[in-house]
Design a binder for this molecule. Sequence first.
Ligand code: NAI
Length: 315
Amino acid sequence: MSAIDFKDRVAIVTGAGGGLGRTYALELAARGAAVVVNDLGGRFDGSGSSHNMADQVVEEIRAAGGKAAANYDSVGTRAGGESIVQTALDNFGRIDIVINNAGHLRNAPFEDIDDEILDSLIDVHLKGAIYVTQPAYKVMKRQGYGRIVFASSAAGAFGNPQQAAYAAAKAGLLGVMHVLSLEGKEHGVLCNALLPVANSRMEAAMDPTQLQAFTAQYASFGDKLGTSYLPEFVTPLVVYLASETCTSTHAIYSAALGRYARAFIGVADGWTGPRDTPVTADELARHFQQIADVGQFSIPESLADEFSIIQRNIG
Ligand code: NAI
């Protein structure tokens, strides 16, 4: 198998000025992609802005002989999304890859989540990914080629205390990915979602108890942890998903501590009730163990596919 390369490919990486996004941008550029390095350049909680972060990564890429252009807009507005896409078109003339990575973190117990926290997380993570991807998708559809990665989170897929607003936005991205992958497939546009884990400045959003628990979990790996918490351990999966080699679409992949694995939403075979009379709650209660059992399951490829699965199970 020849090495994955991105010759003549153009990538947009949002939030590429630091953390995970920076490593994605550097590796895509090192493998030949022209990269739009988008970053608002603010703090971990979404406050502030500056040009420094994006500029530094662009300099790094150019110093290594690669092609890059900076963009400083927030992904969190429609105008920002359009401007990011326009930066790619103005500088490089096409768009093959979008890595929706930009984001910030504001943790709070559920009862303390106010509109300011809720709106800021939904605007940047969920609406922001849509604002960038929508204009880029139009270009990809015309080209008949595209690769889109949505940075979701284990918090959204599996849950994590104090992150209800963040998790809502990140789980929302799974929904966007499920639908866009169905719409994009016939146009050669493949979409996948990522559940990354890496040490980053986002730790600053954790309260001391959370941070302690997190650190203890890392420590429990002992010498098996190695340096697997570094962003560079997530990057290969993103680079693969962004490549022409990748034929996966409509899937969620976890890259956590050097372990790479598909995550999925499945439906158990369950229990099928009578066909002509609705089951009573009492009868359902009697079958609840079978309903909740995940020993046999399917992964529906769409809403319609779930119907087919039910039909198959009825026999
Ligand atoms: P980070 O804070 O180091 O990087 C995020 C980048 O996005 C920063 O450079 C920031 O300036 C930029 N950014 C923030 N708001 C922006 C906006 N409105 N427009 C443009 N740029 C903006 O964090 P990290 O850890 O690298 O996170 C990257 C992505 O991965 C985020 O979406 C995060 O939610 C997600 N993620 C990270 C995990 C981790 O373990 N580090 C776990 C699960 C998800």
